[in-house]
Design a protein around this ligand. Structure first.
Ligand code: SF4
Ligand code: SF4
Length: 360
């Protein structure tokens, strides 16, 4: 990426940066009335996802990410999970959130960090502005563990945040190092991530901490199933993302995962999380892909028909219903759904069954 020459202490004057400005997901910008447009099949986006913004993007170098430090191109072209996030004044966004909250249309607000020396203090400031404008709105913080210690986790909690999301992304230490750690000149460390995950779990409580996990970075299904079982045992949520190559990133030419793999992984995770089976009931082939699930046919059939296993994994609203549904997080408008931002309908189920490739 081309180098920014304005020093950090002057960037406030030269650029619209955080904390005075934030990026907002396109779906949330539409939901807040900041941008015109519609979301496919009118999937309601109740969660307002905000992202810190600095001219350099992010100082980490995750090889699948459109904000990575060494991504080629100009910073203005940066994307995050494949979609451009428009930039707005933080106060305007907070005021819009308060307006929509009065109409009962906000499920949650989430502020995401990037790796930057200003990111912790700015996250606190952005969260505080939203909380002051709309005190009853549930808040999540999607953090970069590399920036944090227990004290910062406490400070984030003091702003009103009740859920911490952590971008673990990789399912194993080896995949982590190869895609976002020391092997790719990136500052993230696997052990430190787990220290922060467990510290957050102690402070925020059961299922109030989630790990974002990307399927398709080079891990096997067995790796994923082991991770799901471990997180479930520690009452930490696992939120899945389907790898979707970012143009311009180092992984731009790698393929997406076959839909069959993705659906089977979604189903296995759901069954483990809901205590419908243990990890031992999952059978793998010679490549460690899921080959079969040793569960009563009725359990499988009921789970598939209910459809929830195939929905987006996201933080809940005040009633406990998933609200962070991230339309287009893993697919482009008009493409087949990877994760459904709503409960799949009867019309969707034959497609899901076909994608799973099992008779259930
Ligand atoms: S830390 Fe997050 S935003 Fe930064 S490069 Fe890695 S994935 Fe992208
Ligand atoms: S799932 Fe939760 S932590 Fe992750 S982006 Fe959505 S609201 Fe934020």
């Amino acid at each position: 990426m081309s180098k920014i020459t304005v020093p950090a202490h002057l960037q406030n004057e030269y650029y619209a940066i955080s904390p005075e400005h934030v990026r907002i997901s396109s779906a949330a910008a539409i939901a807040l009335g900041l941008k015109s447009g519609r979301v496919f099949r009118d999937a309601h986006c109740g969660c307002v996802n905000l992202l810190e913004h600095y001219p350099q993007g992010c100082f980490a170098n995750c090889v699948y990410c459109g904000l990575a430090r060494e991504r080629p191109g100009v910073p203005e072209d940066n994307t995050f999970i494949r979609v451009a996030w428009p930039l707005y004044s933080t106060q305007l966004v907070a005021d819009k959130i308060a307006e929509r909250e009065r109409e009962g249309r906000i499920g949650r607000v989430c502020v995401s960090q990037v790796q930057d020396h200003r990111a912790n203090a700015d996250m606190i400031e952005i969260l505080t502005r939203v909380h002051d404008a709309a005190p009853a709105v549930p808040l999540s913080a999607l953090v970069s563990a590399t920036l944090l210690d227990e004290e910062w986790l406490r400070r984030i909690q003091a702003t009103g945040v009740d859920i911490i999301g952590i971008g673990l992304d990789a399912a194993t230490e080896d995949v982590f190092n190869r895609t976002r750690g020391k092997d790719v000149r990136s500052p993230h460390d696997w052990d430190h991530h787990w220290q922060i995950i467990r510290a957050a779990r102690r402070l925020y409580g059961p299922l109030n901490v989630n790990c974002h996990i990307i399927v398709g970075l080079g891990e096997t299904d067995r790796d994923l199933v082991n991770l799901f079982a471990q997180l479930h045992a520690e009452q930490i949520a696992a939120f899945l993302f389907s790898f979707n190559p970012e143009p311009g990133s180092a992984m731009q030419d790698l393929p997406r995962q076959p839909i069959r793999r993705w659906r089977r992984v979604q189903l296995a995770k759901y069954l483990i999380e809901n205590d419908r089976l243990t990890a031992h009931a999952i059978q793998f082939d010679a490549q460690d892909n899921i080959a079969a699930i040793d569960a009563p046919p009725q359990t499988l059939a009921e789970t598939i028909v209910a459809g929830r296993a195939f929905m987006t994994n996201g933080c809940p609203d005040r009633s406990g219903n998933m609200t962070c549904n991230r339309p287009y997080g893993s697919y482009r408008p008009g493409e087949e759904f990877r994760d459904y931002p709503f409960v799949p309908t009867a019309d969707d189920l034959p497609i899901i069954r076909e994608q799973l490739g099992w008779d259930a």
